[in-house]
Structures are given as C-alpha cells and as structure tokens.
Design a protein around this ligand. Sequence first.
Ligand code: GDP
Ligand code: MG
Length: 568
Amino acid sequence: MGNRGMEELIPLVNRLQDAASNVGQSCSLNLPQIAVVGGQSAGKSSVLENFVGRDFLPRGSGVVTRRPLILQMLSANTEYGEFLHCKGKKFTDFDEIRQEIEAETCRLTGSNKGISPVPINLRIHSPHVLNLTLVDLPGITKVPVGDQPADIEYQIRDMIMQFICKENCLILAVTPANTDLANSDALKLAKDVDPQGQRTIGVITKLDLMDAGTDARNILENRLLPLRRGYIGVVNRSQKDIDGRKDIKAALLAEQQFFLSHPAYRHMADSMGTLYLQRILNQQLTNHIRDTLPAVRSHLQDQLLALNREAEEYRQFSPDDPARRTKTLLQLVQRLSVDFEKLIEGSGDEVDTVSLSAGARINRIFHERFPYELVKMESDERKLRREINYAIRNIHGVRTGLFTPDMAFEAIVKKQISQLKVPCFKFVDMVGQELTSTVYTCINKLSSFPKLRDETERIVSSEIREQESKCRDQVLLLIDIQLAYVNTKHEDFIGFTNAQRTHNQNNQKTAAGLAGNQGVAPLSSLLVIRKGWLTISNIGIMKGGAKEYWFILTAESLSWFKDEEERV
Ligand code: GDP
Ligand code: MG
C-alpha cells in the first residue's frame, strides 16, 4: 500500500466507527482503535486537549467523563468540530463543544453521575492535528460520590474492559509520574488484558510534579515495567496554568523546554513530549489498522452475509400487511422466551462448552454459594459460646439455677435463625442478577428491532424485579415463622431422652465421662452446628462422621467439643 493509501486508513476506520455507532454496535465490530485509560485526574483529558490544541473537554472533580468519547481528529484546512448525534452542525467555538459533550452525556445518564457505555462521537477537523482517533473512557475511580451507584468502580471497570479486552484495541495507559508507578491503575488494568504488553502504550504525565531528586528515567527507558511499544513522558498544563488560561501552544513550548533542560531526560528529549506522542500514535494506529484490516474486512463480510440472510427472512412480510407484521413480531418474542427457557432449564442442543449457562450458574448458587455463605456465617463460635453463657446467667439473675432455662436456648437459637436473613437475601439478589443478565443475553437477538427490544426488556425486567421482591417477602416470612415458634416436637428434633440414648449408643464411654464431669442431669439444651448447616436440638446429638460442634449448656458451666474423637 502506498503512502497515499496509508493516510486514508484512519479516516476509513472513522467511517466504519460512525456507521457502527449509528446502529448501536460500536463495540462488537472490533475495529482497530486506541482507548485511553487511566485513574481519575491522571491527565487523560489534558493529553487529548494538547493533541487538538484547544480546551474543549469537560473538567471538574469526580467522574467527569461518563460516556466513552470517540474523538476523531482529522487533518484539514479549517478548524471545527462536529458530533455524530447532530450531524451537519459545525461547532467552531470550542466552549460550545464542551457544553454539547456535557449536555449529551446527561441526556443518557441523567445528571446523577451515572455512566453509560453508549459513546459520543466527536470529529475535530483542524490544521493542527494529525489523523488520529482515540476513545476517551471514564477514569478509574475508587470512591462513589453524590448519588453515584455504590458499585461505580466496577461499572467503570466493566466499561473500560469492554473496550480494551478486544485484541484490536491499543491501550493508551496514562499514569501520573507523581504516584507509585507499580500501582498504576491503568497499567494494572492493561496488564489484565494484555499480559505480554504487546498492545499497550505507556504515557507518563506530571513529570514536572515529581519530588525533587526523583525522576522517571527508569520507566521511560522501558526498563522498569517493559512494554513492547514503550513509554512516552509528557508534561501537561497544571491546574494553575489552566485557570490562568495559559494557551496550549505556550504549554507545548514549555514542555519541550522541560525535557531539553532536565538532566534525566535530556538525552531522550526528542522521543518525549506531546508532539512526539501524537506522531507515534498516528503511526502506530495506521500500522495497526493496516495489520488488522484484512481480518476486520472478512469479519465484516461474514456479518454482512448473516445480516442479508436475516433480512431475507423479514422481507417475507410486507410492512403494509399489519397481520403478517404482528405475526413476525410475536414469533420473535416467542423465540426470546424459548431461548430464555433453554438457558435456565438446560437443553441438549448447541451445548455451550465454554462457559456455564444461566441455569447451571443458578444451580451453583443454590448448591455451592449458598452453603458457603452459611458456613461463613457460623464462623465465630467463641462468641456464640460466650453469648450462651451470658444468656443463661442473665436469665437466672440473682438465683442460682438448677436447670438450664429454655429461655436461654430460645434466645440463642432465635438470634442464630435471624442471622440467616442476610445470606438468604444476598442469595435472592444473586439469582435475580443471574436472571436479569440472561434476559439481556436473549434480548440482544432482537437488536434489529430496537423499539421491540427496549419495550420487551422493560417489561421483562420489571417482572423480574417484582417477583424478586415477592420472593424476598416469602423468605422473610419463612424465617419469621421459624422465629415465632421453635417446635421441639418436630421429628428432626431429637428430644433429650432420645438424644441421650443415641448418644450413649454411639459413644458410651465418653458420654459417661461427660456425665461424671459435668453433671448431665441439668443438661437440657444442646446446639449442634454442622459445616454448612445448622441444627438446633434439645440435646441434639448428630450421628455421622461430619464435623460437629457441640454446645452443652448447663447452669454452671458450658462445655465445648469439636468432634467426638477430639473430646478430652
Ligand atoms: P483526567 O481526569 O485524567 O482527564 O485528568 P485531567 O487531564 O483533567 O487532569 C487533572 C489535573 O491534573 C488537572 O488539574 C491538570 O491541570 C493536572 N495535570 C494533568 N497533567 C499534568 C502535568 O503533566 N503536569 C501538571 N503539573 N499538572 C497536570
Ligand atoms: Mg478527564
């Protein structure tokens, strides 16, 4: 491919990007692109603005970038910006571009600081830029602010992952030099998806803010955490520069000066700085597109074929014939319900051998996660022992009791039972989430009918939410029932005499020893906790080899045994 052709590569992919965004598929096309990732305030926006030579990105504290911004820079004679969502309108005032980004962000996310993976596409034509397209992503954050959802950290991480997990995505990992580089959020995230460092480009910002006497030479020379594409250091404008409206041209000059005069960077000054970074990125993106284009092309052709086939199916019904149209829509919804059922109930056709289906995952929640939650719950036995002891003594008060009061037993048992609420609710949540994500998987097949998809999704998810809340009430009711009345006559409940008999049969010697030492006569309640579940009995002595914990409650003392064999 000649040089002329090479220059066209980035604009070509830009057009694909726009086309993909128009049909809401920006991620699935797997286009070659560069995604900008970094912690909050790492300097991502500053780097992008330096490329354009203008202030045009929203700034502020907290999560400012809340939707991906696909920034396409195109070398041109005139300077203006243009959004895909209001095509044709030329923005020559860059303050207006900022306002439009803010307004468009809020349009989808509300002003409550939520985030959305639907990108904003901005194209900037300018004589000062090289052809380059970058995807600006929300900064990695740790703490939710305002009424941000509590799991904002994971939401943002997920969104970044959606972009950078694609093999075709180069990762521009922006890390400020004045923090611990080995702990860089950006580099860590990049390493997760690109362990060999093949497609990550490191950018070190804030070199001017390093402590006196320290420098980043080690990392910039690619020795500390080596990346195949290396690191480039930059110095952006400080907050003071921005407040003082220092213009970007002056800042770029100052940056150059910084590298030329710094003893640690002087020798590599010509491969440092914003302008060099811009040039390298243009080059790397072009090469990257050249390398990936054949695969992308064949992928697109496959998709085209598949879509044509699908279109053929729908062509059978004419839009003028409402009856056939309704029928097709109904068929789609029916297919959705069949798909959903298959994923939950299991099915033999097209068995997934790569990942667990939703039904299998729910099964796992029931049989592995839930028991595990219960095991975790009963971890503090020492505390339980103390509580039992106190409960008995407090019920006797000033009296010296002879028998262990039933009330102590009830108090302790009820406390244990009500503790089941937390894991149970968590469990309901987990299953609910599993269902919701299954619905999403199925509904994606309706993506050719956006309205139908949205409406179906709304109805189905509100149904799930409703049922989930009913289920939660039901669980609560079950637990309340158990709390209201402890039925010691239930067949699972081994009564005192019964238990003693079983116990004696099982282990006569120990039982005798026990009677001698502790005085079994006043012994009236025993709590047995097994790994994974909890049985409470009035002297419940469990048979079988499972690890058991025994509490023997007596008026004076409380003994504790871990296993029959381990008993002293
Ligand atoms: P973002 O959250 O990653 O987009 O970070 P910004 O680009 O908004 O930068 C956050 C703050 O750091 C701003 O106040 C910038 O002025 C400042 N900043 C960014 N890069 C540098 C740098 O290289 N040197 C100095 N001194 N300040 C910087
Ligand atoms: Mg920013």
